[in-house]
Design a protein around this ligand. Sequence first.
Ligand code: FRU
Length: 498
Amino acid sequence: MSANDQHTHHTQLERAQKANDALAETRKARWYPHVHIAATAGWINDPNGLSFFNGRYQAYFQHHPYGSQWGPMHWGHVSSTDMVHWQRHPIALAPSIEADRDGVFSGSAVEGPDGLLYAFYTGHRWRNGNNEDDGNLQVQCLAVSQDGCSFEKRGTVIDCPEGISHFRDPKVWYQEGRWWMVVGVSSLEQRGEVWLYASSNLTEWRFERVLFQAPEPSVFMLECPDMFPLGDKWVLLYCPMGLAKTGFEGRNGHNAGYVVGDWAPGQAFTPLTSFRPLDWGHQFYAPQTFETPDGRRAMFGWMGAFNMALPPQAEDGWCGQLTVPRELRLGSDLHLYNLPIAEFSQLRTRTLDLGALILEANQTRVIVEECQPCEIALTIDLDHSSAERIGLWIGQPNGSDGVLIAYDDQTQRVVVDRGSAQLGDRGYRAAPCASEGKLELRILIDTSSVEVFINNGHASITSFVFPVEGQRSALLRAESGNATIDSVVVHSLSSIWR
Ligand code: FRU
């Protein structure tokens, strides 16, 4: 990068940081998260550049520092020594060169053999300089850093292929002596595809092959592809744009999921499964993974939406948060499990073990009067329960405003039902679960979100929820039948911010 370009980048970063600091002065806390990464103020979307570098976990995210709406994208930055407690850093990347004139879009980061952090991102331009009406001009760019905080831009490493309008979100990994990159593409025929590139030096990249095409003709673009091994299989994560709703699936404006297959360098990717949701909630998108130093596959997703305003967006000066970090595991049936990383339990401060409980038909039982951010673990004995719905109500004890997280015996699913929430979008989401035996629910409740992990991560539901502002309680509830609950444990959680 020329001295001039470097200067422009610095100026843009300083300007953005100043504007963001000013916005943070007026940010309202009422719905602001306690155990989730969000920007001090302003908008965030996808997790980017997840890595362990310079002795710390580095997490960047799509960020509009000037307001709580999506806008010209920057990379916000936080880091951590333990993936539990996080420290904020100044904005890491801002639009500053012609190639990223209208946005520093999503991407990933790896440590190079020279000990530098190589961040690959999509340089975004509107072809008409204004909006998407005449298409996008998207190229893959590189920026390098010695410390993970300040970056030097190296410009475009992969140009936009002729006639292509969606070409973004590079995810890079190292395998058998070479670097590999997957990129999400909308083909000339408007089909959603993942393209594979390879490099021996992280700078010169060669197109290898179309790695994958979504089978659904309506799917015109695959955003945020990620590709990684679990055991001897490969998991391909992606976010299909244009997916149709079918029953309980594809319900969101933005849906994220995976296929599992076989792959080796130089070979085609052979899918062994169909596309499956990775999470069943209202807000789970753009997941990105990385390998921890001890070899686990960790993932963050984005909780938010482009198509629907969230209550804090208009008035509170912030919007969007990342999920808690989760570990992914592959079952022998090629099912992808996800659970909070083991370290997450370090946030537990006080534990209340309520033991076993029986609820009579239509009974409710307060378990926490004043429910602060916490984790609640329930084991429900389905074989000895007759209720139509058994679960946890977060909200007013009288049942007027709140959300219900429950096992629903009619659909034989776990539901997050926001039908009585004080604010925000309504509706419910439902994840599959076994309808016999013991049902284990691990529920993370933050100020404006829930993440529900079902049967040891076999399924999860991630949703923004606005049950009631201010004081809220947690109650157990059995509807139209009794409930046998083997155990109820409540852990209070401390803040993630250092
Ligand atoms: C996904 C996405 C990416 C893009 C980024 C822009 O949420 O649309 O495809 O790089 O967000 O902010």
